[in-house]
Design a protein around this ligand. Structure first.
Ligand SMILES: [Zn+2]
Length: 233
């Protein structure tokens, strides 16, 4: 197995940040899911109510299997909530449900960054599947055929750059969905002002995992670029 200490040096801080962020999400969710909201509505009910109030009856709300598998499907126009969020009447559930509806509202209002993100998905998928293989084939070849090898390595860099691009345009989309969620939950009186901090904690912890993942891939891209430039130091 190929292993390069240079990669560890560049990426390790962000790996650790990522693990820490995952840990924070779990603990913020565990804490938030113990606080029942005063209004007593479930995540599923709140999602439905927000959609209806925004004239979005065509968007359905479904249960998805798997913990924290919550997402909005822009193709099927479905908000899918994990069982705990769908049925839960706690503040963590309401925050996550409203966040996913926030994505549906972004879709409905043609929020531009969402369109950019969705357009970047296919390229990012190709990039994440191919970049490492292409890059290391290039690295392998570069000792016997330097010119060809370098060319292939740079192709790998380009492929991985598409992953980084996706993650960067994903960040404002995620922050925007959370901001919408917090504003709607309070303004539509699903929660009181005093219940907002617990919701905020869950949503910021989730956002932090996206930030950590983005920083990790930026670090990986930097590593790829340094390797592709070669060892002429
Ligand atoms: Zn989201």
């Amino acid at each position: 197995m190929y292993f390069d200490p240079l990669y560890l040096l560049i990426a390790a801080p962000f790996f650790i940040l990522g693990i820490w962020a995952q840990f924070r999400v779990k603990s913020a969710y565990a804490r938030g899911s113990k606080i029942r909201s005063r209004a007593g509505l479930s995540g599923g009910q709140v999602a439905r109510a927000i959609l209806d109030r925004n004239d979005m009856r065509a968007v359905s709300v479904e249960v998805s299997e798997g913990m924290l598998s919550d997402h909005y499907d822009p193709k099927a126009k479905v908000v899918r909530l994990s069982r705990g969020v769908y049925q839960g009447t706690d503040l963590a559930a309401l925050g996550i449900a409203a966040h996913e509806v926030g994505h549906a509202i972004q879709d409905r209002t043609n929020y531009q960054m969402l369109a950019v993100r969705n357009a970047a998905v296919p390229m990012a998928n190709i990039g994440s599947q191919m970049s490492w293989i292409v890059f290391f084939v290039g690295l392998f070849l570069s000792s016997s055929a330097p010119f060809l090898g370098k060319g292939i390595m740079w192709a790998g860099v380009g492929l991985f750059a598409m992953v980084v691009f996706f993650q960067m345009v994903n960040l404002p989309v995620e922050f925007d969905a959370s901001n919408r969620a917090k504003a709607i939950l309070v303004s539509d009186r699903f929660i009181g002002e005093d219940e907002l901090p617990a919701v905020k904690k869950v949503l910021s912890a989730a956002a932090m995992t996206y930030v950590a993942a983005t920083l990790t891939s930026v670090a990986t891209l930097v590593y790829f670029i340094l390797k592709a430039q070669g060892d002429r130091r």
